[in-house]
Design a protein around this ligand. Structure first.
Ligand code: PMP
Ligand code: GLN
Length: 382
């Protein structure tokens, strides 16, 4: 048999894929992998059909459909007060996964160090490893999962190339404040350290919190690649369209990788989203209220259960604390919940370098009320 020298020997199948598969096999309610159980807006679906029928079926430009990039720049300007140049600073990618991957391949050299915050989204470390870099894992501070900026300042050294900041944060829902972004700017000032900001949940901030972007921060924007996803903002995770906003020098490097990674992204989808953004400028900013109501509905439905929680400030994920129900690891409890109760969730340990000791599971509430009610009913029996 042929022997393969794996470049990622420690990487298995992602917890999202594993949980979704097992949930389907067991007929469980899937609050694990983050995706809505409802469709994109009807108008957007109609636009996509129109674009396909109308002949928009060949390669899109490598950097993305210009009309879409213009609409993104306008939207970014409306939300954050700084308008990126659609030609030189916006690149359409295959979901945020590709923005992140291409940015890391473009910016990280062998031997470079990359700071990530645990629990950290699972795609960062393998991408850094493939680039020949090394991740340095700093722990977020439970229970609020805030960042200890003194730790960051102390961790930065001559080999540090990149800080990867995911906010609003998956899996904890933590949201950065203006003071956090200012602290990051202080930490990197006077260094060559770059920032990769994973901002896919930009509009999912609750209880009056406003979205913030590193790509709009006066002292960060010249060194930041910010990554976004229409999967989240259009209820279309399966369309696989995202984008990166970065200053021209960083965009040039990102595109050097992007053009040989995916080259360009599905053209009718880009054209449809561009028209939709123009017609419905309030759609994505309106997601904050939409998901806040879902969060509150789910938590109300959980009343009387033995799970404890702090309302999630952002994302479409809610952490639930099971310490009043069981005294076991998050991996074990997620398994028990799946098999005995019929609800799939995501444990935190796969997002951490060392297994999480916290009695927490992540539940996705991007679901219809009927799904959330059915799941809560099962969770209340424990
Ligand atoms: N970053 C985070 C934090 C995510 O949660 C996700 C997807 N759920 C992504 C990146 C990838 O986004 P996409 O599906 O657009 O590739
Ligand atoms: N980001 C999604 C989540 O957190 C999953 C995406 C994936 O499966 N790659 O659930």
């Amino acid at each position: 048999m042929i022997r393969v020298n794996s470049k990622l020997p420690h990487v298995g199948t992602t917890i999202f894929t594993v949980m979704s598969q097992r949930s389907a096999e067991l007929g469980a309610i899937n609050l694990a992998q983050g995706f809505p159980d409802y469709d994109p807006p009807e108008r957007l679906k109609a636009l996509l059909a129109e674009k396909v029928r109308g002949g928009q079926n060949q390669y899109a430009p490598m950097a993305g459909d210009l009309h879409l990039r213009q609409q993104i720049a306008l939207k970014f300007g409306r939300v954050y007060g700084v308008e990126p140049d659609p030609v030189a600073e916006v690149t359409i990618t295959l979901g945020a996964t590709e923005s992140l991957f291409s940015a890391i391949q473009a910016l990280v050299h062998p031997g470079d160090e990359v700071i990530v915050f645990d629990p950290s989204y699972d795609s960062y470390e393998p991408a850094v490893t493939l680039a020949g870099g090394r991740t340095l894992h700093l722990a977020l501070q439970a229970p609020t999962f805030s960042i200890d900026w003194t730790q960051v300042r102390e961790a930065i050294n001559g080999r540090t190339r990149l800080v990867i900041l995911n906010h609003p944060h998956n899996p904890t829902g933590a949201v950065c404040s203006q003071a956090d972004l200012d602290a990051l700017a202080d930490c990197v000032e006077g260094t060559d350290v770059l920032v990769l900001a994973d901002e896919v949940y930009e509009h999912l901030t609750f209880d009056g919190r406003r979205p913030l972007s590193c790509a709009a921060h006066p002292r960060l924007k010249d060194r930041t690649v910010s990554c976004f996803s229409f999967g989240k903002t259009m209820h279309a995770t399966g369309w696989r369209v995202g984008y990166a906003i970065a200053p021209p020098e960083l965009t040039t490097e990102l595109r050097r990788v992007h053009q040989f990674n995916t080259f360009s992204i599905a053209s009718p989808i880009q054209a449809a989203i561009a028209d939709f953004l123009k017609e419905e400028p309030a759609f994505s900013p309106g997601l904050s209220g939409f998901y806040e109501r879902k969060r509150d509905y789910f938590l109300k439905a959980l009343e009387g259960s033995r799970f404890r929680y702090t309302k999630t400030p952002g994302t479409y994920f809610q952490l639930l604390d099971y310490s009043a129900i069981a005294n076991c690891s998050d991996m074990e409890f997620a398994e028990r919940l799946l098999v005995d109760v019929g609800v799939a969730s995501i444990p935190i340990s796969p997002f951490c370098r060392t297994p999480s000791k916290l009695p927490l599971l992540r539940f996705c509430f991007a679901k219809n009320e009927s799904t959330l009610a059915a799941a809560a009913e099962r969770l209340r029996i424990l």
